[in-house]
Design a protein around this ligand. Sequence first.
Ligand SMILES: CSC[C@H]1O[C@H](OP(=O)(O)O)[C@H](O)[C@@H]1O
Ligand SMILES: Nc1ncnc2[nH]cnc12
Length: 292
Amino acid sequence: MAEYPVKLGVIGGSGVYEMEGVELVKQHDLETPFGKPSDKIMEVRLEGKTAYFLPRHGKGHRLTPSEVNYRANVYALKSLGVTHVLAVSAVGIMQEDIHPGDMVVPDQMFDRTKGQREASFFGNGVVGHIEFADPFDQEMLSLVAQAAKAKMGDKVHTGGAYVCIEGPQFSTRAESRHYRETLKPSVIGMTGLPEAKLVREAEMCYGMLALATDYDCWKEGADDVSVEAILAILKANSENAKAIVRQLISKLPEVSSSPNLEAAKFAIITSPDAIPAQRREELALLYGKYLG
Ligand SMILES: CSC[C@H]1O[C@H](OP(=O)(O)O)[C@H](O)[C@@H]1O
Ligand SMILES: Nc1ncnc2[nH]cnc12
């Protein structure tokens, strides 16, 4: 594996629409072959390191989880040279030992979205299949966990699965209990997929800092989830999340040789001479080096 210079991109979720405490260098207003990202991307600097920040739902929280243009977001970060993507996400809690205000660094995912989101850069004449057994990058997992533990100690839970539903409605009680009993996830959210799949297809590394906000609706004696309760927890915790992101930026290694940085090397099965010219152009940034 070659070594690649590391650059962090942060996708801020609910309650995390800005990055304070860093020097703002520039705002990138980008167009991609897949449309416009959710918002302008902020280029920031901290302790000599450059990083990029994009609010997933746009400033003012304008896009539902199904409306977010995940392809444009991921492509735009790639076009800026990002190698490592940190997703910051508000999540419902699915295990008794996790409490509102805790943070979780999941290591697996279940896809319970309903196909309303563009979930691949492939298609329309170019067929590719990437390996996705471990959606989160090992290196990112340990960097995020270290940064989170330095700030929050044993309020940080590492490992466990994130189940992604379509939303925007929260789950029924029957669904919530079913997920708990069958999938046994740690947390539940609405945005981790297809984001993680696209990050892998774009040969970047994905990690998540999940902010535990509510017990969804499975837990007897706890209030059922509401946006009001989520926002109250996020308000109390978003400064911690931002401090963890700053810690992560400052502690990033200079280079990485994660295999995920070459995830598409053997993924494309379509003969190069069968690929339509327009698709070749659209995918040049991502796969030009493999398409010849
Ligand atoms: C505001 S509650 C539901 C909303 O919050 C989570 O967003 P994100 O993952 O972007 O932090 C969840 O996925 C829903 O989109
Ligand atoms: N209970 C929940 N279900 C889905 N997404 C969430 N985001 C925060 N809480 C959630």
